[in-house]
Ligand binder design. Structure first.
Ligand code: FES
Ligand SMILES: [Fe+2]
Length: 351
């Protein structure tokens, strides 16, 4: 496995938090890719994000509060900033001051909100005016597919181990095995077709295996298509019958070099929600819990600095992930457009 010194990709969007976790009038702190960031909403409800330090003496802006005029007020000396980070008021300055406070700015991160997900753009270099070079992720959602639920949890592993755990088929038999889900006795050879996408790859639409009992919660004709995009987004689109879809979106956001936040969002066309919702939510939660359990064991193992390997077709997606990262970094360094190096391929594994 590559020893990736540049663990965290830059000039790319990361999921910061669920839209419903950022209420108007509140400030929320998140650490994304080693940056401490404060998130808020302006008077119109539009999300914004600033470096979580007051430009005066560095107190976290998230420790302050939102005023009725929509400005953020720092808790230390009461300086006020608008959603663009521009200083609007320094209460202690005398009225006849000559100081031009509009030159004082808290640095702003580009932020975008789509389908109840809030994304923040992490640049290569933090500058007062960050230029966005990449489009926000395409969640492939249609207007009838409504947000249902989000589950968030912190993984004690870096972004690479977390991503590999997300796209690794071989652990499923051992980590997600349970009496209602699947049994080691029912192992099957799986043959899956993959195609490259603009930022990653997808497992082409197929009927789930008969030993994947989780899909049986969904009655009827079920097929699934799974997308993976860098930096760490997995989208599963499950079709049920001709008209309905259940979508699960799992995002991985590096907090720092040793921990990663996982968010799992569910969407569905409305008619499905009534009868499907509870078993699906339960399954999602159970799965994440099983992953986190094994990730705690993995983190312990990694403390001993082991040598690691990726072997054969079950680990091919992990190799693709590293390949995508390498090409992303090269494109960034050379200022060229990212070109996906992957080709269409069929992979086989036993799970
Ligand atoms: S540190 Fe924020 S106002 Fe002084
Ligand atoms: Fe898993």
């Amino acid at each position: 496995m590559p020893d990736d010194k540049d663990l965290i990709l830059k000039n790319i969007w990361y999921l910061a938090l669920a839209g419903e976790h950022l209420r108007k009038g509140e400030l929320v702190h998140r650490q994304v890719a080693n940056h401490r960031i404060v998130f808020g909403r302006d008077l119109a409800g539009k999300a914004f994000s600033l470096k979580d330090n007051c430009p005066h003496r560095g107190v976290p802006l998230s420790s302050g509060h939102v005023l009725d005029n929509g400005n953020i007020q720092c808790c230390y000396h009461g300086w006020e900033f608008d959603a663009d980070g521009v200083c609007k008021n320094i209460p202690a300055l005398p009225p006849d001051t000559k100081a031009d406070i509009s030159k004082i700015r808290a640095w702003k991160f580009p932020v975008a909100e789509i389908n109840n997900t809030i994304w923040v753009y992490i640049p290569e270099k933090l500058t007062p005016n960050i230029e966005v070079k990449e489009p926000i992720p395409d969640l492939h959602l249609t207007p009838d597919q409504k947000f249902l639920h989000v589950e968030s949890i912190v993984m004690p592993t870096n972004i690479d181990h977390s991503v590999i755990g997300l796209i690794d088929p071989a652990h499923v038999t051992f980590v997600h095995q349970s009496w209602f889900w699947r049994s080691a006795k029912s192992l099957k050879l799986k043959i899956k077709n993959f195609e490259p996408t603009p930022r990653g790859f997808k497992m082409v639409r197929h009927a789930p295996s008969t030993n994947s009992k989780g899909y049986k919660v969904l009655k009827g004709d079920v097929s699934t298509e799974i997308f993976f995009d860098i930096p760490g987004n997995r989208l599963e689109h499950i079709s049920v019958g001709k008209r309905h879809k259940v979508i699960s979106i799992t995002t991985l956001t590096p907090i720092d070099d040793n921990s990663t936040e996982l968010n799992q969002f569910f969407y569905s066309s409305i008619a499905l929600t009534r009868w499907l919702w509870w078993p699906l939510k339960g399954l999602g939660k159970k799965f994440i819990g099983q992953d986190v359990d094994v990730f705690h064991k993995l983190a312990k193992g990694l403390e001993n600095d082991p040598t690691l390997m990726l072997v054969g077709e079950p680990d091919a997606q992990a190799r693709w992930y590293y390949e995508l990262k390498k090409h992303w970094k090269t494109a960034q360094e050379q200022g060229t457009e990212f070109r996906n190096p992957l080709k269409s391929e069929t992979l086989r594994w036993v799970t």
